[in-house]
Design a protein around this ligand. Structure first.
Ligand code: ADP
Ligand code: MG
Length: 680
């Protein structure tokens, strides 16, 4: 690949830190010294004084300054956890919550889960003794249900506020509200970027505490021409750096686990073929579902005379700081959940990142020494094709879940909720309509008994409805398993490059004629029959870790089913009831076969296709239900089952009319799209 250098991001030179110090030497400093070396350290006393003086403080400081790991410890040392009070700190990402908690427990020399713990969806690693609790923003959002005034907390830190996830945005409104009637509760809003002014305005002009950054200059390089295959370009760039550049670790930004695994395989393979000509290259992945022992690995010091290359999702953009990164490779993409409020369709797609993201990524190269960032796109593309900022989630994703939670908190008037940036009106209306159709709200927009039960589950409203519907169809055992499997879905089947045929054959053995949800159920049940054997997973190309996670999630869900008083019963071997139950939750996600093996969604007549991985890919049933849409070259339905159209009238009579479900395949196709033209 040909790179041209365009500019250098200037950073302030740092006097008390020697850029020529290696990671190894640095790691040899004991923890105390490392703590003292962080940019936030000199401001410790000023910061505590400011927190004592003000109820709400906005903290701005570059990634890696020590905001997340240090400030909570300063608060503990300053006595904020006396009288059994806790300090909470939210993170937008689960991996960050776990990894930071582990680090802080280590720094404080306590066992993780005791004084320092974390709580994320389906996993609570805290105890009676926990005084410092890291959690995802979604978890805190849920905590409001059981403790609406956050009475057990003396300080709440909304961290990584710049990420502007949906949950973080809603938390802003919630914590601002409770700060008014709990004047002793301290609120810290911490951000890595320049949104501080905006946060300050929102929180009634709260003061901003700035931690001056330390940054070394980063040279930015662009490709001369656009790259057709950015994974391959990443591999080539890593090898080029490894062969020609001085030691120093490499950080590569990819969009998800699949890409990371592909890249890891290709890279491992090429390095092997190069033999001992080059220095050792350690390849380490980081993504959301990475098991915790693997997470810890990325922080281990690089051995002397070796180089680490970290393949990460944009989790490493600001949430996690890995020391000693000198080179960044940025293909310029990220995976994003997008919702089209016109069609009501939600879909996961790979999109170009914003300029702000690109600059954050580049900045990761300049933390310990001058660095280099290789952008796998042209300077022209950077300038003309990237948006300035990423659009906050609240303005681009489905709000069903958030609205259900707010309703469950008794917040009825959502139009006037205190949003930092309000969601689009039509998205809000659509969420209300959807919750109404699911039976969670009545026609006054108030929460129903069903809605209250749905809110007990930390899953999206459609899945919650599905879980509850299993009561009626007497298949709770199976549906709970399916829900658990769906929550780890993409990572169940293992498909190594050199054994693709074996892997695909193994996978086909699980295929069920009625579709993927049932296939997943079979995988789980067969595994359970072997008493959860590792060997069985290995033989069947199933990822053991994902299965273990599915089992944990399943256990949690069974607990929640008990809470809403649903007995665990099984309906196997019959699958009709299971599929009816799935339809009760996902009746929005229905498509009908149309010409040429394509499908059309019922309400909006969008063209979609069955994903090639699906067990129904060659079956093409007339009516299908899908779990999610992914957009790659086409809009694909992933996880599909066959249903019967008449079930829709049974499970969602208020949403579907018999007329729109008529099977038109034998009749003349309507000239124009839409149900108005359909003949009876
Ligand atoms: P900020 O929140 O300001 O971005 P952090 O508190 O996350 O900064 O990071 C401070 C330092 O702690 C960084 O040098 C980072 O590498 C280190 N650190 C964070 N998590 C871990 C971990 N799990 N293991 C080792 N070091 C870590
Ligand atoms: Mg942080």
């Amino acid at each position: 690949i040909d790179f041209i250098q365009a500019l250098t991001m200037e950073g302030s030179k740092d006097k008390d830190k020697k850029p020529d110090m290696t990671e190894h030497e640095r790691k040899k400093m004991d923890i105390e010294e490392t703590k003292k070396s962080l940019p936030v350290y000199p401001f410790r006393d000023d910061l505590i004084a400011a927190i004592r003086e003000h109820q709400i403080l906005i903290i701005e400081g570059e990634t890696g300054s020590g905001k997340t790991t240090q400030i909570p410890q300063y608060l503990v040392e300053a006595g904020f956890t006396e009288n059994k009070m806790k300090i909470g700190c939210t993170q937008p990402r689960r991996v960050a919550a776990m990894s930071v908690a582990a680090r802080v427990a280590q720094e404080m020399n306590v066992k993780l889960g005791n004084e320092v713990g974390y709580s994320i969806r389906f996993e609570d690693c805290t105890s009676e003794r926990t005084i410092l609790k890291y959690m995802t923003d979604g978890t805190l959002h849920r905590e409001f249900l059981s403790e609406p005034d956050l009475a057990s907390y003396s300080v709440m830190i909304i961290d990584e506020a710049h990420e502007r996830t949906l949950h973080t945005d809603i938390l802003f409104g919630l914590v601002k509200d409770i700060s008014r009637f709990r004047p002793e509760l301290k609120l810290l809003i911490s951000s890595a970027t320049l949104d501080a002014e905006k946060f300050s305005q929102f929180f009634d002009d709260a003061p901003i505490f700035r931690i001056p950054g330390r940054r070394f200059p980063v040279d930015i390089f662009y490709t001369k021409a656009p790259e057709a295959d950015y994974i391959d370009a990443c591999v080539v760039s890593v090898l080029q750096i490894h062969a020609t550049q001085p030691l120093g670790d490499i950080l590569v930004f990819l969009t998800g686990q699949d890409e990371i695994e592909t890249c890891q395989e290709v890279l491992t393979d090429r390095v092997k073929r190069l033999g001992s000509k080059l220095k050792e290259l350690l390849i380490l992945p980081v993504y959301a579902n990475l098991p915790s022992d693997m997470q810890a690995k990325i922080f281990e010091p690089t051995p002397p005379n070796a180089r680490k290359v970290i393949l990460a999702t944009n989790i490493a953009e600001t949430s996690l700081t890995i020391d000693n990164i000198i080179y960044v490779i940025d293909p310029g993409f990220a995976k994003q959940n997008n919702f089209n409020s016109r069609t009501g369709m939600e879909s996961l797609m790979v999109v170009p990142i914003s300029k702000a993201s690109a600059n954050q990524r580049a900045g990761r190269a300049g933390r310990v020494a001058p660095g280099k960032c290789f952008r796998l796109y042209t300077a022209w593309a950077y300038k003309h094709e990237l948006e300035d900022n990423t659009v906050p989630e609240i303005q681009r994703i489905n709000l069903g879940n958030a609205v259900l939670m707010l309703k469950a908190l008794g917040i009825n008037d959502l139009i006037h909720f205190d949003f930092l940036d309000p969601p689009p009106h039509e998205t809000l209306v659509l969420a209300l309509e959807q919750l109404y159709a699911l039976g969670a709200l009545n026609h006054h927009g108030e929460l129903t008994k069903m809605g209250r039960r749905m809110a007990e589950f930390p899953v999206d409203p459609m899945m919650a409805k599905m879980l509850l519907a299993s009561e009626k169809y007497k298949c709770s055992e199976e549906v709970v398993t399916i829900a658990a499997m769906l929550s780890v879905n993409s990572a169940i089947f293992y498909r190594p490059k050199d054994k693709i045929i074996h892997a695909d054959t193994a996978r086909k053995n699980f295929n069920h004629i009625h579709g993927d949800h049932i296939s997943l159920l079979q995988v789980y049940n067969q595994w359970a029959d072997t008493d959860f054997s590792t060997q069985w997973c290995y033989e069947n190309f199933i990822q053991y870790r994902s299965m273990k996670r599915a089992r944990d999630v399943r256990e949690q869900l069974v607990g929640l089913m008990q809470r809403v008083e649903i007995d665990m019963v099984s309906c196997l071997p019959e699958t009709i009831n299971i599929r009816k139950t799935l339809t009760s939750g996902y009746f929005y996600h229905i498509a009908r076969l149309s010409k040429g093996g394509n499908y059309k969604t019922i309400k909006h007549n969008q063209t979609v296709m069955i994903h090639p991985n699906s067990s129904l890919f060659e079956e093409l049933p007339r009516w299908v239900l899908y779990h999610e849409l992914v957009f790659t070259t086409k809009e694909y339905m992933r996880q599909v089952i066959e249903i019967e159209s008449k079930w829709l009238l049974e499970v969602a009579p208020h949403y579907y009319k018999p007329k729109e479900l008529e099977d038109s395949t034998n009749k003349k196709m309507p000239k124009t799209a839409g149900r108005a033209t359909m003949t009876e």
